[in-house]
Design a binder for this molecule. Structure first.
Ligand SMILES: NC(=O)c1ccc[n+]([C@@H]2O[C@H](COP(=O)([O-])OP(=O)(O)OC[C@H]3O[C@@H](n4cnc5c(N)ncnc54)[C@H](OP(=O)(O)O)[C@@H]3O)[C@@H](O)[C@H]2O)c1
Length: 358
C-alpha cells in the first residue's frame, strides 16, 4: 500500500477524497491536513459548524469510520518523507505556496488552478491526454524537484474535453460554444454560494470560470512537444452560470466540425471511445466512460450524476445543428466532485502509478 496525505481534507473536494480513498486497493490515507481553524481537531469535530452545530458533511453516505477520529494536522507539520503521494484540495492562493513545498520531495496531484497554466505543467484527464504525463519528467528536471505538480482541470472543463476528444479525433473541430449550468458544490464549502442568493435563482456569472474553460480545453486537447504543450487551435467560447443544483455540472454544447457530422456517427464515436478508453482497467475507472442517452429528457443531474459513482460523463440531446454547415449539438452532465475533481484525481494517481511515476 502506498501512503497518502490529503491537504484540504475538510472542504467539498477534500470530503470526496476521503470517500474515494476509503478501502482503496492501492492507496492508504494516513494523514489529513486543513487550515489552522481545523488543525488539532478530530475530523468529524472539524466538520461541525461552530455556529449552527450542523455537520457540514456533503455526502449521502456517513463519514467513513476510518477517518472519523483522525486528528487534522497543520500543513506545516506534514512530513513529505512519510508519503508516496500528496493530494491537494486547497484554494488556489494557498496551493500557490503550499504545493511546491511538497513537490520538491514527492508527487503532488492537485485540484487547484495555481499551476495549471505553467509551460511545464500538464492539465491531466485520465483517458484523454495520458501522453501529457511525460511533461511531468520535464517539470522535475526544470525545477530540480524529486516530485512534481500534476493538476486536474477545472471541473467544468472535464466533461467538455472528454466529449470533444472523440469528435476531434474523427471529424476535427473548428469552434465550440458552451453554456454551463453549474452545481452549488462546485463553489466549495467556504464561503461557497450563500443559500439566499441562489434559492429560486440563477446566477449568470462565475468569476474566472469562462477563461479557465477556454484555456484549459485547448491545452488538454493540445500536442506535447519537447518542453510544453502546443494548445489545440479550436476556438472555445462559453458562458458559465450557477444554478440551484447540489452536484453535477450540466453543459449545453455546440460544436462546429471540420468534416460533415451526423448525430448517429458522433454517438457511435463516443461509445467506441468509451469502450476502448486507455484507463478502463484501473480500480477507479467507471464501467462506462461516456454514456449517451436517446431519451431527449436526459441527462438530468438528479437522475444521472451518480451513474458509475459519478465517474461517467453522460451525454444526451445529440442532434444536428442547422446554422453551420457542419454542426452538432448536445447536452452533457459531469459530476464536479467525482470525475471533475477528487475521484478523478484518484484515477489520475492510479494512471501515474501504472506508469511507474509514483
Ligand atoms: N468544489 C468542486 O467541485 C471543485 C471541482 C474541481 C476543482 N475544485 C478546486 O479544488 C480546490 C478545493 O475546492 P473546494 O471546493 O473543496 O474548496 P473548500 O470547500 O472551500 O475547501 C477548502 C479546503 O482548504 C482548507 N484551507 C483553507 N485555507 C487553508 C490554509 N490557509 N491552509 C491550509 N488549508 C486551508 C480548508 O480547511 P478548513 O475547513 O479548515 O477551512 C478546506 O479543507 C479549489 O482550488 C477549487 O477551485 C473544486
Amino acid at each position: 500500500m502506498q501512503k497518502i496525505a490529503v491537504l484540504g481534507a475538510t472542504g467539498a473536494v477534500g470530503q470526496e477524497f476521503v470517500m474515494s480513498l476509503n478501502k482503496h486497493p492501492w492507496f492508504e490515507l494516513t494523514e489529513i491536513a486543513s487550515s489552522a481553524r481545523s488543525a488539532g481537531k478530530k475530523y468529524v469535530d472539524a466538520l461541525r459548524d461552530p455556529v449552527s452545530g450542523i455537520l457540514r458533511w456533503h455526502n449521502p453516505e456517513s463519514v467513513p469510520e476510518y477517518i472519523q477520529d483522525m486528528v487534522i494536522s497543520k500543513i506545516e507539520d506534514v512530513n513529505p518523507d512519510k508519503f508516496d503521494l500528496i493530494f491537494t484540495a486547497l484554494n488556489s492562493d494557498d496551493a500557490q505556496t503550499i504545493e511546491p513545498s511538497f513537490a520538491r520531495s514527492i508527487p503532488v496531484i492537485s485540484t487547484a488552478a495555481a499551476f495549471r497554466y505553467e509551460n511545464d505543467v500538464p492539465i491531466l484527464i485520465p483517458g484523454i491526454n495520458d501522453e501529457h504525463t511525460e511533461l511531468l519528467d520535464i517539470q522535475k528536471k526544470n525545477k530540480d524537484w524529486a516530485g512534481y505538480i500534476a493538476p486536474l482541470p477545472n471541473c467544468t472543463t472535464t466533461g467538455l474535453a472528454i466529449t470533444l476528444k472523440p469528435i476531434i479525433d474523427k471529424y476535427g473541430v473548428k469552434s465550440v460554444f458552451m453554456t454551463s449550468l453549474q452545481a452549488l458544490s462546485g463553489a466549495g464549502r467556504s464561503p461557497g454560494v450563500i443559500a439566499l442568493d441562489i434559492m429560486d435563482n440563477v446566477i449568470p456569472y462565475i468569476p474566472k470560470e469562462e477563461e479557465k474553460v477556454q484555456i484549459e480545453t485547448k491545452k488538454i486537447l493540445g500536442k506535447l512537444n519537447q518542453r510544453s504543450i502546443l494548445p489545440n487551435n479550436i476556438k472555445v467560447s462559453c458562458t458559465c452560470m450557477r444554478v440551484p443544483v447540489s452536484d453535477g455540472h450540466t453543459e449545453s454544447v455546440f460544436v462546429e466540425t471540420k468534416d460533415p457530422v451526423d448525430p448517429d456517427l458522433v454517438k457511435k464515436e463516443m461509445l467506441n471511445f468509451s469502450k476502448n478508453v486507455s484507463i478502463k482497467e484501473l480500480p477507479t475507472a467507471p464501467e462506462d466512460y461516456i454514456l449517451v442517452h436517446d431519451d431527449p429528457t436526459r441527462p438530468q443531474p438528479r437522475v444521472d450524476r451518480e451513474i458509475n459513482d459519478g465517474m461517467t460523463t453522460v451525454v444526451g440531446r445529440l442532434r444536428k445543428d442547422t446554422v453551420f454547415e457542419n454542426g452538432i449539438k448536445y447536452v452533457l452532465l459531469s459530476h464536479n466532485e467525482k470525475m471533475g475533481s477528487a475521484k478523478g484525481a484518484v484515477l489520475l494517481a492510479e494512471l501515474l502509478k501504472s506508469k511507474k511515476m509514483i
